[in-house]
Design a protein around this ligand. Structure first.
Ligand code: GUN
Length: 291
């Protein structure tokens, strides 16, 4: 079994981007600029957002964090989005999800200019991605594709089972794996909470992508020998032995599945770092268009 080293591959990608930033600056252009909107104080969201801002700084991007109290009105949030859409100093921006209940995420996502939607959540970007047109691919699926590519994993003709059908991960992942390109050309099955015989379906996968949000859900009896296993889960599980009171665990029961698969992503250190690197990659794509 080989472990995908998401940290190392993410660093590779970030180093390439850092080099491009230097080149841009030498040529007299300003570095890429990512803005991040955070509403409220969801602990996980704050961690992700801080990691994104830190990652920007580390490779020479400009970044702006717009942190609003949880009671901000939807109108004020939409006005802020309008301002960012028009601000030529910002190449791309994201609105960290989830948002408080009084704000409609769909309305918010649709307000972001598709050309600045580096999260790739806008229906225009999702639609274009599905049609194989030039579009921002959202960071988690994009990061996974990059990981598969850089490890030269064979995908053509393979049976890929995507466990989970969310708009952020499972949905786009299934589309990307069936594209007529590399990585892709898979026969794809989407399995979810209503799938019958879910164990058997998972066990028939050559490539299993688990994005179901349930800690240690995929056990060894659900995995084919030699399968490639990609664990997208980042679940917080109570753990009194840890100073912070919890530990992070994926959707895959790592120790037992690692015994039988050919490749596996660890949690943490697998898909997570790739997601951030891919957001930076999307921001560079947006910035290149402005040059
Ligand atoms: N919440 C969880 N993942 C993401 C992400 O990739 N982007 C945003 N904006 N919010 C998230």
């Amino acid at each position: 079994m080989q472990q995908f080293d998401g940290k190392a591959i993410s660093k590779q990608l970030r180093d390439e981007l850092a080099e491009e930033v230097q080149q841009m600056v030498v040529e007299g252009h300003r570095p890429p600029h990512l803005a991040v909107i955070l509403v409220g104080s969801n602990a996980a969201s704050e961690t992700y957002v801080n990691a994104k801002v830190k990652a920007c700084k580390a490779i020479g991007y400009e970044s702006s964090l717009l942190h609003f109290p949880p009671e901000i009105s939807q109108t004020m949030l939409l006005n802020t989005i309008d301002e960012l859409n028009e601000n030529e100093d910002i190449d791309g921006f994201i609105v960290q999800l989830p948002l408080p209940d009084h704000i409609d995420s769909k309305t918010v996502i649709e307000r972001v200019l598709p050309a600045k939607d580096v999260d790739g959540f806008h229906p225009i970007n999702v639609g274009k991605m599905a049609l194989g047109l030039d579009a921002f691919i959202s960071a988690t699926p994009g990061g996974i594709v990059e990981l598969i590519k850089r490890y030269d994993i064979e995908t053509e003709g393979k049976h890929c089972v995507v466990l989970g059908r969310s708009n952020i991960v499972g949905g786009p992942m299934s589309i990307l794996m069936r594209r007529n390109t590399y990585p892709g050309n898979c026969t794809v099955t989407i399995a979810h909470s209503r799938t019958k015989n879910i164990k058997e379906v998972c066990k028939s996968a050559d490539i299993l992508i688990a994005a179901i949000g349930k800690p240690d859900y995929v056990t060894a009896d659900m995995v084919k020998e030699g399968a490639v296993v990609i664990d997208v889960g980042i679940n917080r599980v109570d753990d009194a032995s840890r100073e912070r009171g919890y530990r992070l665990t994926g959707d895959v029961a790592y120790a037992e599945v690692a015994e039988i698969c050919s490749y596996i992503t660890p949690v943490p250190g697998g898909v997570g770092p790739m997601t951030i690197a891919y957001l930076l990659n999307n921001t560079m794509i947006a910035a290149r268009k402005r040059k």
